[in-house]
Design a protein around this ligand. Structure first.
Ligand SMILES: [Zn+2]
Length: 312
């Protein structure tokens, strides 16, 4: 790519140093990608745009990288293009070759030794191609993409330190109580900050990643239901907990659920309010603009990354 993607580890190191987190927002269409990039420009924030394995299969990595090339020509903030929850080694290789600059190898569902082995293999391949790698240790509950579990298995801090040493990953996703999907907590939401603190004591200055970190804002959920959606009692991670995590060692906060909820709610709203509409760009524009505003708000008020995009 002519104007290049930004080294993700450098991005996360800056977040660590300055006590904020970079948002990683999932997308599976060009409009959603544009909404994320536009938000980063407005907030003057670094951003990670992430795609899951099923998103990749839906759009094709080569196509995404060609679009990204055009996006980079017209963008000034640091952008990283990341494969979220990579599990299939062949698909990981394809994404690296297509031009992704960061990939996640999710071996967290495997026994520890197998997780170490597959992660090491991916790190070797990716680093040979100048691509950064995120690993995962511990299990989040909930379902996202083809990632699913019905119980939380908190990360063991000593094992996390050993895992990073053995595999050479550039960042690590840990389980401290968040979960995938829109129903994150059955009882009062809490996170195990003691585990996060212990991990960062053992791995000083090492960037930690928080998955399943949508906060499911009340207004977004209310809109979704108001316009014909059906999602009762969904619960996200409270803003205060995300803010606290991003001031600690959490340097990357993943957000997929909120993106999907906001975007879908807006499309529902537009079509119901404009029953005569049959022009996709009209309802997609409405959804894209609203999604962009939600992301600017997250960067500014939750992640604290606004202003760190390097623009004067
Ligand atoms: Zn995840």
């Amino acid at each position: 790519m002519s104007k290049s993607l930004y080294n993700e580890r450098k991005m996360l190191d800056d977040a660590y140093k300055n006590g904020y987190a970079v948002g990683a927002f999932n997308f599976s269409s060009i409009e959603v990608m544009r909404a994320i990039v536009d938000a980063a420009e407005i907030a003057n924030s670094p951003v990670i745009i992430a795609m899951s394995q099923s998103g990749i299969k839906f759009t094709q990595p080569e196509y995404i990288c060609d679009v990204m090339k055009a996006v980079l020509e017209n963008t000034s903030v640091p952008i990283s293009l990341h494969l979220d929850h990579g599990k299939d080694y062949e698909l990981i290789k394809r994404c690296v070759k297509a031009g992704f600059n960061s990939i996640m190898i999710d071996g967290s569902y495997l026994p520890y030794k197998e997780n170490v082995a597959i992660t090491k293999k991916v790190v070797k391949f990716a680093h040979d191609h100048g691509v950064e790698v995120e690993g995962e240790l511990g299990t989040l509950s909930g379902t996202e993409d083809d990632t699913s579990s019905d119980k939380i298995l908190y990360t063991n801090p000593n094992q996390a330190a050993e895992f990073v040493g053995l595999t050479g990953v550039d960042s690590l996703a840990i389980a401290i109580g968040t979960s995938h999907g829109a129903y994150k907590f059955k009882a009062e939401p809490t996170l195990r900050f003691d585990i996060l603190q212990e991990v960062s004591n053992l791995l000083p200055k090492f960037p930690i990643v928080l998955h399943g970190a949508s906060n499911v804002p009340a207004d977004v959920l209310a809109d979704f239901n108001k316009w014909g959606g059906k999602m009762e009692g969904a619960k996200g991670v409270p803003e205060e907990l995300l803010k606290k995590a991003s001031k600690m060692a959490v340097c990357k906060i993943n957000c997929d659920t909120d993106v999907r909820l906001r975007y879908t709610a807006c499309i529902r709203q537009y079509l119901i309010e404009h029953p005569e509409c049959f022009t996709p760009r009209e309802y997609l524009q409405f959804a894209k603009d609203n999604l962009r505003d939600m992301i600017v708000d997250k960067m500014t008020n939750i992640m604290g990354s606004a202003g760190f995009g390097g623009k004067k």
